[in-house]
Design a protein around this ligand. Structure first.
Ligand SMILES: NC(=O)c1ccc[n+]([C@@H]2O[C@H](COP(=O)([O-])OP(=O)(O)OC[C@H]3O[C@@H](n4cnc5c(N)ncnc54)[C@H](O)[C@@H]3O)[C@@H](O)[C@H]2O)c1
Length: 364
């Protein structure tokens, strides 16, 4: 482990587990703008070269051991940016280590049992946890939520539509990535590959908007997937119903310029539509429009996006102010995503159509 430049006692210390592209291209640039409240003090990665190189950029210590990072008294807030399968055990360990707040990249667990275990530990230790579904922290979304009044009661249709380039394009715009792991190709005729694309699409990409969808679907437990289709080289078209609400989830990760990420909630007399900035892009917040008969209210864009919003929230929580999302909310968000992913993958066995080669895994 390396030594670190002198720490400022007035700042909250950040430790990061997993220093891959998301840490390098998303979190470190966000933290660089918040140097008046937060300081990166410890970077851990199982790959020592990645840990050392990334820590060196921010003058932090590095290690290859989670236990070492969690035992570091300079670390107040832990961010978990490792691959999915490590999230739940690392969140639990960070809570047990008595840290002041935890950010877990999405998805924060891989199944309901893991989510319940996290919830129990969070209740016992009272360590606040937030999940890196960044749109829920975007000031454009938060302003819409404050302003929409009775909209959720009348919404009958929700649409999330995402057109993005493959992740490395934006990662490379943001920084020089070290230690990128190439994604293996897939056989488009293999039903298991198609199921994996639908599951990966829901749990890796749609999951950013599913907590938003759930604000308009109180009957989220009754999920019925009507149609699920893969899109080449990576994407999905999924239609479903949750209670009385019709939901369309679309994504295409291809070479299209320009990227477009929209969310719509449509009711009889009012509607909401939001343009989000693409993942990885640090260019201010989403812009939301709430339309009622003869009137459109536009909210945003504001100065920062949901990634910076996550860190501002963590600083608040670690400082003992602000409310974390309830464990119940996080569990219900995860259950909703898992139910859609499972039902969409189930459509492959029922002969769901697909479109040519499945070459890439989405992890946006
Ligand atoms: N919020 C977003 O916009 C967004 C975008 C992309 C990915 N993500 C999420 O962020 C997480 C990380 O994504 P990525 O693209 O950087 O992933 P990645 O798999 O490319 O990199 C993860 C890093 O974790 C390291 N690692 C492996 N096992 C580890 C362990 N047990 N403990 C600590 N580190 C370990 C790897 O060496 C690698 O450097 C994923 O969960 C992904 O779903 C979020």
């Amino acid at each position: 482990m390396s030594s670190q430049a002198q720490q400022s006692p007035a700042l909250l210390g950040v430790g990061i587990l997993g220093a891959g592209p998301v840490t390098q291209a998303i979190h470190l640039p966000s933290l660089a703008r918040l140097g008046d409240i937060l300081e990166v003090r410890h970077i851990m990665d199982v790959d020592p070269a990645v840990a050392e190189s990334v820590a060196g950029r921010v003058g932090a210590r590095f290690s290859t051991s989670m236990d070492e990072l969690l035992a570091d008294p300079a670390v107040d807030i832990v961010a978990i940016c490792s691959p999915h399968q490590f999230h739940a055990p690392q969140v639990i360990a960070a809570c047990r280590a008595g840290k002041k707040a935890v950010l877990c990249e999405k998805p924060f667990a891989m199944n309901g049992e893991e989510a319940a275990a996290i919830s129990a530990v969070s209740a016992e230790t009272r360590v606040p946890i937030i999940v890196g579904a960044m749109h829920t922290f975007d000031p454009g979304w938060l302003a819409a939520e404050e302003a929409w009044g009775g909209l959720p009661e009348q919404v009958h249709t929700v649409r999330s539509s995402i057109v993005l380039p493959p992740n490395p394009r934006f990662e490379d715009f943001a920084t020089e990535i070290v230690g990128r792991v190439p994604v293996p190709g897939r056989d488009s005729n293999d039903p298991e590959a198609l199921k994996a694309m639908l599951t990966g699409g829901v749990m890796g990409l749609a999951i950013h908007d599913l907590p938003l969808v759930r604000r308009f679907t109180p009957d989220f437990a009754a999920v019925e997937v009507l149609h699920a289709e893969t899109v080449s080289p990576f994407g999905y078209v999924i239609s479903l119903r949750a209670g009385d609400v019709t939901i369309e989830l679309r994504a295409a990760m291809n070479g299209t310029w320009e990227p477009c990420w929209t969310f719509e909630a449509i009711g009889d007399d009012a509607s909401l539509d939001i343009d989000f900035t693409p993942s990885y892009v640090h260019a201010g917040s989403a812009t939301a429009r709430i339309r009622t008969a003869g009137r459109t209210v536009t909210l945003g864009p504001f100065g920062h996006n949901g990634y910076e919003g996550e860190w501002r929230k963590l600083a608040e929580l670690a400082g003992g102010t602000g409310q974390p999302p309830s464990a119940e909310t996080l569990i219900h968000d995860l259950e909703f995503a898992l139910a859609i992913a499972e039902a969409a993958a189930g459509r492959v066995d029922a002969g769901a159509p697909h479109d040519a080669a499945a070459e890439q895994e989405v992890n946006a």
